[in-house]
Design a protein around this ligand. Structure first.
Ligand SMILES: C[S@@+](CC[C@H](N)C(=O)[O-])C[C@H]1O[C@@H](n2cnc3c(N)ncnc32)[C@H](O)[C@@H]1O
Length: 306
C-alpha cells in the first residue's frame, strides 16, 4: 500500500475489548476500508471463525479481495451495509456474534484528489463512495432546488449560512470542481468560522446526500441488530455529532423495554431486546496525537439480549 492508500484504524483496542473476537465464530466488518480493523479482528478470531467484510467502494473491495486470497476465513461482499443481513445470509453466516461499523469516509477516500471529497485539492465534484453508480456531487449541486440544498447544509452540516450558500450555488451553476464550490462558499459566507475551513460543513453535507448516508446508517443499524445472535455485539464508530446522535437514538430504542401506549412500563414485560455495553468511548490523548482523525470518533457498543 502507498501512504495515500493507508487508513489507521481508530479506537482499535476499544473495539477489540468490546467485541471480544477471540470468543466469536462469525463476525462482520461492515466498513472494510483498508482493512485495519479487519486484520486486527482476524488476528484474534479463532482459526475456525469466519469474517464477512463489506464495502461499497470498489477500491476498498479490491484490497478486501486480496486479503481473502491470503486468509480463507474472509468472505467479501461489495455493496451497501444496509444489505448486511442479505450478505450475511448469502455467506451462511447468520446469526452473527460480532459486527463493526466504522462509518464515514476512509483516509484514502479523502486523500485521493480525484475522489472529490476534499476541499484541499481542486478536483471534479464526485464524492461517491461507490464510483460505479449513483449521482455525483456535481449532478446534485447543479440540479437540486435551493431550498433542498439549504436544508441539507443546515441539517447535515450545521451550516449557519445555508440559505445564502445555496442561493450562491444556484447563481454560479454549473459547478464542476471542488475549487469552484470552495470559491462560491467563501464568497457567500459573511463571517468565516475561525475554527473550521469555510467549506467543511457544506462538503460534509454534500457527501452525506450523495451517499445517502442518513438512511444507510438507519437501515444498516437495524440490519446489524437483526443479524446478531443473542449475546452478540454491535460496535459503531461515528465521526460527527449528527451520526452519533442517530446511533445513540437507535441504540436507545433497541434497549427500551416493552412499554404501554402511554409509555408506562408493562407488568411482566419481556426483557429489553438489547443492552448498552458501557458508555460512549472517545480516543485518548495519545491516539489523537498520533492520528488527528481520531479526534472526533465516538464508539458505542450494543449487545443483543433476545
Ligand atoms: C472509516 S472507513 C473504514 C476504515 C476501516 N475500519 C479500516 O480500518 O481500514 C469507512 C469505510 O466504509 C465504507 N462505507 C461507508 N458507508 C458505507 C455503506 N453505507 N455501505 C458500505 N460501505 C460503506 C466507505 O467506503 C469506507 O471505505
Amino acid at each position: 500500500m502507498s501512504s495515500s492508500d493507508e487508513h489507521t484504524p481508530v479506537l482499535l483496542n476499544e473495539v477489540l475489548s468490546g467485541l471480544k473476537p477471540e470468543t466469536c465464530g462469525r463476525a462482520i466488518d461492515a466498513t472494510f476500508g483498508r482493512g485495519g480493523h479487519s486484520r486486527a479482528l482476524l488476528a484474534a478470531l479463532p482459526a475456525s471463525a469466519r469474517l464477512l467484510v463489506i464495502d461499497r467502494d470498489p477500491a476498498a473491495v479490491a484490497v478486501a479481495q486480496k486479503l481473502a486470497e491470503s486468509d480463507s476465513r474472509v468472505v467479501v461482499a461489495a455493496g451497501e451495509f444496509s444489505r448486511l443481513r442479505e450478505f450475511a445470509a448469502d455467506a451462511d453466516l447468520l446469526p452473527v456474534d460480532a459486527i463493526l461499523m466504522d462509518t464515514g469516509v476512509s483516509s484514502p477516500q479523502i486523500d485521493e484528489p480525484e475522489r472529490g471529497f476534499s476541499f484541499r485539492f481542486d478536483a471534479p465534484l464526485d464524492m461517491r463512495m461507490d464510483t460505479t453508480q449513483g449521482m455525483t456531487a456535481a449532478q446534485w449541486l447543479n440540479t437540486a432546488e435551493a431550498g433542498e440544498m439549504a436544508k441539507a447544509f443546515r441539517e447535515l452540516g450545521d451550516e449557519r449560512f445555508s440559505g445564502r450558500i445555496a442561493a450562491a450555488i444556484v447563481a454560479a451553476r454549473p459547478l464542476q470542481t471542488t475549487g469552484q464550490l470552495v470559491d462560491v462558499i467563501n464568497a457567500a459566507q459573511p463571517k468565516p468560522d475561525p475554527h473550521k475551513h469555510s467549506a467543511t460543513r457544506v462538503f460534509q453535507a454534500c457527501r452525506m446526500v450523495v451517499n445517502n448516508e442518513v438512511s444507510e446508517l438507519a437501515q444498516g443499524l437495524q440490519a446489524a441488530y437483526d443479524s446478531l445472535a443473542p449475546g452478540g455485539r454491535l460496535a459503531v464508530i461515528s465521526f460527527h455529532s449528527g451520526d452519533d446522535r442517530q446511533v445513540k437514538r437507535a441504540f436507545r430504542a433497541l434497549c427500551r423495554a416493552a412499554e404501554s401506549p402511554r409509555r408506562l412500563p408493562v407488568r411482566n414485560a419481556p426483557p429489553a431486546p438489547a443492552k448498552l455495553i458501557g458508555r460512549a468511548v472517545k480516543a485518548g490523548d495519545a491516539e489523537t496525537r498520533a492520528n488527528p482523525r481520531a479526534r472526533s470518533a465516538v464508539l458505542r457498543i450494543l449487545e443483543r439480549v433476545a
